[in-house]
Design a protein. Structure first.
Length: 480
């Protein structure tokens, strides 16, 4: 009986930008839409045989936890996000848009670590050594224990690690480092995977904390293969508006601590500094009465932040009125406008509406809906809300107010900053709340009032049509 011929494996094709695979060649990647990036993938390697182990397996109770203790970076806000500091052998990926301040932050971390007596190796692949030295002179980051190397070859980087023997490695950035003998250009999928795997392997085997800087795409995602985020222990996003000095570090993945913490920083010409109380950057009118403003309390991770919402309403000369937002979700603004018109009698169909936040703050959670509604009503009737009022609550399409998470923490922060009154949603009937708040009581010196719907909230603050009409009648009688 003749032997059946072994069928050769069918070739596959892979995108060099994002790693997307397909059975046939195409000119444009079906995942990242890049042109000319799809090429035939290399043949799979043969199965690996069993080999020697680096250390024998031991019961988990005999593993020494002292070797994985946190070491502070010297930057309190970054330690807050990391869960306490850097862990020896940990691999950290810090990603952010160009110019947001990633290199400045990591140079500050490197300088603070060097001042604590630990050796640091800073590898720069995007700048020359002289450029980094100039930044270090400006920010006060020059230290004898901080070593600097300008390299773009993986082999040279590994040699520097052998010679310097650092406690902390900073690679800026992983997309600029190339490995010899690996297909693709630096920054490609294959190169990034190989470079990252080699650096993570060195970090784990030698207990060296390693921080990798990553690029981002136009959509805000981390450039390169998704496996890069799986290789590292911590993934941090560095965010900030180009028109503001305020910056935030947010943890997306953290094997050593929480992922709901954020760190706040102030980026200036002389370096970057931690901001322990960033509320002052987002709130301008704490004492004065200004129409079209209201203060919201939002949660950034575990940290409550107060931000001022501003609104401007003017008659529109156009057939289709303008709706412009800055720092707020445009779809939620449209929903709040519809609720105000349908349930509160606030007619804005012939008016231009502009909404914004102060200081470059970005409010995305629904808890800021009530503050937006108060600011819009205040701007419509040109009546400022009472002094020292904060509002928080999610607005439903029926005009009802829904409870928000972490309400006690929000109220405590508002009271600490001197606010006199808080308008919050009332608990739903029959629903259990672990920390109930009475309909009208004083919490830390601040009056807390619960309301069922947005119409009641506006009436409480004298920002509804009935109150406006009564005031006009009184003013007209006084004039006569």
């Amino acid at each position: 009986m003749p032997k059946t011929a072994t069928r050769a494996p069918r070739p596959s094709y892979r995108c060099a930008e994002c790693g997307w695979e397909t059975a046939k060649w195409v000119g444009r990647c079906g995942e990242c839409q890049a042109w000319g990036s799809v090429a035939e993938a290399s043949a799979p390697t043969q199965r690996q045989a069993a080999g020697p182990v680096t250390s024998p397996a031991v019961p988990i109770g005999q593993v020494r936890v002292s070797e994985a203790a946190f070491r502070g970076t010297g930057v309190a806000e970054l330690d807050r996000v990391l869960g306490g500091g850097l862990v020896p052998g940990a691999a950290i990926l810090l990603a952010g848009e160009p110019g947001v301040g990633k290199s400045t932050l990591l140079l500050e971390v490197a300088a603070q670590t060097a001042r604590s007596g630990r050796r640091v190796l800073y590898v720069t692949g995007e700048e020359s050594a002289g450029q980094v030295r100039l930044r270090a002179d400006r920010t006060g980051g020059v230290h004898d224990e901080l070593f600097l190397a300008a390299e773009t070859d993986l082999g040279a980087v590994l040699t520097h690690i052998e010679q310097v023997r650092p406690d902390l490695i900073v690679v800026d950035s992983v997309q600029t480092i190339g490995a010899a003998g690996v297909e693709g250009v630096p920054g490609g999928v294959t190169q990034v995977k190989e470079v990252s795997a080699a650096l993570v392997r060195v970090a784990k085997t030698r207990d060296i904390a390693t921080v990798l800087v990553g690029h981002v795409t136009k959509d805000g995602g981390i450039a390169g293969p998704r496996v890069l985020e799986h290789l590292v222990d911590v993934v941090l996003h560095f965010e900030g508006d180009r028109n503001s000095r305020f910056r935030m570090v947010r943890a997306v993945k953290n094997r050593f601590g929480p992922v709901d913490e954020v760190g706040c920083f102030d980026l200036a010409a002389d370096g970057i500094t931690a901001v322990a109380d960033p509320t002052g950057l987002f709130v301008e009118h704490l004492q004065g009465r200004v129409a079209g403003t209201c203060v919201a309390v939002t949660m950034e991770g575990r940290r409550p932040l107060l931000a001022e919402v501003q609104a401007l309403v003017t008659p529109s000369p156009h057939e289709r009125p303008r709706r412009t937002t800055s720092g707020l979700d445009g779809s939620r603004i449209a929903m709040v406008l519809a609720v105000l018109q349908q349930h509160c009698g606030v007619r804005l169909h012939a008016h231009d509406v502009f909404t914004s936040t102060v200081g470059g703050a970005r409010l995305s959670e629904p808890a800021s809906d009530l503050a937006v509604a108060v600011a819009l009503a205040s701007a419509t009737y040109v009546t400022p809300p009472p002094v020292g009022v904060v509002a928080m609550g999610e607005i439903g399409l029926a005009g009802e107010l829904r409870r928000v998470r972490d309400l006690p923490q929000r109220l405590a922060e508002a009271a600490r900053l001197g606010f006199k009154m808080a308008v919050v949603p009332a608990p739903a009937a029959g629903r259990h709340h672990p920390q109930p708040i009475a309909s009208d009581q004083v919490v830390d010196g601040m009056r807390v009032v619960e309301v069922r719907d947005v119409r009641s909230a506006l009436h409480l603050l004298h920002l509804d049509a009935r109150t406006k009409h009564a005031l006009e009648v009184v003013e007209g009688a006084d004039e006569r």
